[in-house]
Design a protein around this ligand. Sequence first.
Ligand SMILES: O=C([C@H](O)CO)[C@H](O)[C@H](O)COP(=O)(O)O
Length: 201
Amino acid sequence: MHHCAEDDRRVIEKHSFHSSLSQIRDELSRTLATICQDQQEALEQMAEMIGGAERIFVLGAGRSGLALQMTAMRLMHLGKEAYVVGETTTPAIRGGDVLLTASGSGTTGSVVRAAEQARGAGATVVCFTARQHSPLGELAAAAVLIPAAEKLDRSGAASAQYAGSLFEQAVVIAGDALFHALWQRSGRSADELWPRHANIE
Ligand SMILES: O=C([C@H](O)CO)[C@H](O)[C@H](O)COP(=O)(O)O
């Protein structure tokens, strides 16, 4: 088929920064609406477990892990003892602790192995995943299902975005919602939390 430079330009225009942004807004909005509608029980279970945990450890590979590092920071602001698994200062997990994980596929080896170890040590595992019936989902006491594409899904059915982007975006927002709920329940003001924010940055 003949393909001219003008066609290429039209395609480029169609995929402007603006249209990409509005496409992502729509995907994220649909995904969050479905979580709100279908995952109320799992969300509440997760909030209860994290709210009642002695300490919280977060773990995910790649961008899924980066998303949870944002949640860990906020939990620390709330006065929780929160650790990122793999950091040199992170202690041993034990009973009373919660391991908060995120994995779109629910099959990432390092995360599944860590979840097994955490359970073996008596800790509770909770997760965000795009596939509930997965090794990670099965290990979790509370699993919040995020209806988004797994990173190897090339069908475009669940998301037009690259790899697991939609899942990882939703994990950031869900983590903020988790913090927000626990903060509101704490009755503390923003001023009370603020002194915990890093003062050397
Ligand atoms: O970093 C990631 C990648 O860029 C996918 O969009 C993933 O978060 C990482 O590979 C972990 O995968 P999952 O455990 O399936 O989330």
